[in-house]
Design a protein around this ligand. Structure first.
Ligand code: HEC
Ligand code: HEC
Length: 360
């Protein structure tokens, strides 16, 4: 433990410039046992990131979260882990419209979203923002009957029976194994899931010699002019809620799950609004939308071009056809947009061994 944490950090974090405190002065025996603070430093083309004083990142906390994320003991039947639904090779989504891998075997009402760049998700989690932050979010899947269906007391007992976890929790949290600390460790791990090494990022950061093709550049300009009002900035999401015109009516079945943001705010102006997903990695994360209704990127483009449904909350930004709903695109423009979306695929992120199952 006396060893400087600096030497043990994963290579990937260097790329993104995660720095570790490595202060050797004033290190008493106890202090050297303390977890090693980690500061997320972000890709230079990304916006700054907020720190969470209530759950500061530590090297040991992140690694513990990574173990828990991949551990089937987190589920009631000890068969499902977070990674069962959030697969790294699919940018932590699952490739299925509505999964049935949960403990009950029932199809979930919503499509599994990607998990990356969550350190910037400051306006709520889930498709409707129904969860405030990562420090509370994981209670949802952990306890939901259709997901992991775990009794939190049982979970604590199971983890306490494993000396490795006892040791690791004690290193990170003063009060050791508690379900609230399980969630905190998971949150720490998830904040390190940064996808910022696509071809586009190399282009943005230049210097590495990576350019974009003519078609990709055309696609980038089209996305900038037609999509970026919502899929905005370097994260390709405005972290906000919109009705992008996929439905006309929003019934209140299933506790309002189809009503979008309205389920959280009860504001009629929020009916049918869902969180703007990032366009990063989209070519590997089909199917699309909060219920996975579109199987291909071409179906998504068909929708924006000619399928926009009009309801009182349909976003005005979709009226791009001389005041009519829809985003006109030629065949060449569609191909260019798809080429550009391909440049947002981050293979390095999806194969990075520092964030995979540590037992594999
Ligand atoms: C059975 C499948 C399943 C399992 C297991 C599962 N999730 Fe999810 N996850 C989902 C679905 C579906 C959603 C979207 C729910 C919604 O929006 O209503 C989701 C949403 C999320 C989100 C919100 C992402 C965002 O951008 O809003 C996070 C974070 C997350 N899950 C983390 C976890 C963690 C951590 C675990 C393990 C403790 C876990 N998930 C286990 C299916 C699953
Ligand atoms: C008015 C804001 C807005 C505009 C403009 C917009 N989108 Fe979206 N987009 C959204 C929202 C909101 C969703 C999620 C809707 C849902 O799940 O119900 C979404 C979903 C998507 C998805 C699915 C992503 C996933 O992970 O499921 C893709 C792909 C997409 N949009 C591409 C585009 C493209 C390409 C354009 C420009 C041609 C565009 N969008 C313009 C708001 C917008």
């Amino acid at each position: 433990m006396g060893k400087c944490a600096f030497l043990r950090i994963p290579a990937l974090f260097f790329l993104f410039g995660v720095t570790f405190s490595c202060n050797k002065e004033n290190v008493s025996e106890e202090v050297s046992q303390a977890p090693h603070a980690v500061k997320l430093r972000v890709p230079v083309n990304f916006p700054p990131v907020l720190e969470h004083a209530d759950n500061p990142l530590t090297e040991e906390g992140i690694e513990l979260g990574r173990m828990l994320f991949h551990d089937v003991r987190l589920s009631g039947n000890n068969k499902i882990s977070c990674a069962s639904c959030h697969r790294q090779d699919l940018a932590f989504s699952d490739g299925i419209a509505l999964t049935t891998v949960g403990v009950s075997g029932q199809a979930l009402a919503r499509h599994v979203p990607v998990l990356f760049n969550l350190a910037w998700a400051e306006s709520g989690l889930f498709w409707d923002g129904g969860s405030k932050n990562l420090e509370s979010q994981a209670l949802g899947p952990l306890t939901s009957a259709d997901e992991m269906f775990q009794d939190l007391n049982v979970l604590e007992q199971e983890l306490k029976a494993d000396p490795e976890y006892v040791k690791r929790f004690a290193m990170v949290f003063k009060d050791g194994i508690r379900s609230v600390n399980v969630i905190k460790a998971l949150a720490q791990f998830q904040r390190t899931l940064i996808s910022g090494t696509s071809k586009y990022d190399q282009y943005r950061r230049a210097g590495s010699g990576a350019g974009l093709t003519e078609s990709e550049l055309l696609g980038m300009n089209l996305v900038n002019s037609k999509c970026k009002a919502c899929h905005s900035g370097e994260l390709f999401t405005d972290d906000n809620y919109h009705n992008n015109g996929i439905d006309v009516a929003f019934n209140d079945d299933h506790e309002g799950i189809y009503q979008g943001r309205f389920r959280v705010t009860f504001n009629p102006l929020d009916l049918g609004k869902f969180k703007t997903p990032s366009l990063r990695n989209v070519l590997v994360t089909a199917p699309y939308m909060h219920d996975g209704r579109f199987k291909t990127i071409n179906e998504v483009l068909d929708h924006y071009q000619s399928g926009i449904k009009i309801s009182p909350t349909t976003d005005q930004l979709l009226y791009q056809n001389r005041g009519q709903a829809g985003i006109p695109l030629t065949q060449k423009e569609r191909q260019a947009i798809i080429a550009f979306l391909g440049a947002l695929t981050d293979h390095e992120f999806m194969t990075n061994k520092q964030i995979n199952n540590p037992n594999e």
